[in-house]
Design a protein around this ligand. Sequence first.
Ligand SMILES: Cc1ncc(COP(=O)(O)O)c(C=O)c1O
Length: 409
Amino acid sequence: MYNKPRNDFPILNNTYNGKPLIYLDNAATSQKPISVLKAVEKYYKEENANPYRGLYQLSVKATDAYEEARTITAEFIHAASPKEIIFTRNTTEALNLIAYSYGRSVLQSGDEIVLSISEHHSNIVPWQQVAKEKGASISFLYVDPLGHIPEEELDKKITKRTKIVAVAHVSNVLGTIHPIKNIIEKAHSVGAVAVIDSAQGIPHYPVDVQELEADFLAFSGHKMLAPMGIGVLYGKEELLNQMPPFLTGGEMIEYVYEQEATFAALPNKFEAGTPNVGGAVGLLEAIKYMNKIGYQTIENIEEDLTEYALKEMKKIPDIKIYGETNNSKTRCSVISFNVEGVHPHDTASILDADGVAIRAGHHCAQPLMKYLDLAATARISFNFYNTKEEIDVFTDSLKKVRRWLGYGN
Ligand SMILES: Cc1ncc(COP(=O)(O)O)c(C=O)c1O
């Protein structure tokens, strides 16, 4: 058991307006441990050069650093080969890559793409664009009031017309953990491919793409301790090989003629232009850090924090919590709520005055908001470095919200 993860995160020792920072917006982006910050700094101080292009030592070092990050990322998610790891900017770019490259080449008029209603916009809008272009349609899996996708919905919506099923591993609004193995199996049973958006999953739960038999899986480095600007698309090698390039230009070609070009082999085919080597180095270090702590410890701490927060929040009158509130095994450490009669932006501002950073808004999930008949929610989200003491400050501050706005309690 790794005891003191909190001290590894320098930003958590800062104060703002004289108040210690209580960072409860980890679903938006995580904070970064000192080892990641140092690794990125070391790379830029000692190894920075444009990879692949140079025939000099420094460029070879940069190439090695980038490829080591790819190898370690492949091991982290149990990919069969590093060739199946495509570095992107983030989850959004990875999902766009699948939609524009795979979706555009396989979808035909009348085909269906199945998404859950609780998807983030980045797992909806690219599919809308491609569906429009190809004459395909989108069919939504509607969740129950706790955010779970009912089995009957899967059976009803995943049909012979389905070519792609794309769902989040974990909802960024309700925190629901979706049964992705089951969903992948259902997709395969009708000959569809399964796309998993693990942006909110992999920071908290281990992923084994081979065991899951996932066809594609996307995540962002910045939500799992790495810097912003580095993301990952996993794809099965046979699928990636069949797919046309997404972005084109330098580094992704084999040979360029006046009127046409041939393309590089995997993974370079999908990585046009100068890559984010510093970001990949940061991601490698973040993976090492997570491996050192271990997912079991991460899960234990976060489950404990989530249970505690739910228990304390339920004691406050006029708080409505969305999603699962009784079973922290089927939900992640993301909690959406509202204070009755208060706009969540006001809630967030009042908490901010106490040094508590939370998110408020539609969380890039407007179809879910509309489905739940909500304009917006406030949202807290924990990482393993949060503490119960921070939750106490949060709930104390939450108790003041209605009073500040002139309500009697
Ligand atoms: C479930 C989910 N998918 C995708 C994204 C998009 O991630 P990014 O902005 O890093 O591309 C997010 C971001 O919050 C998310 O929560």
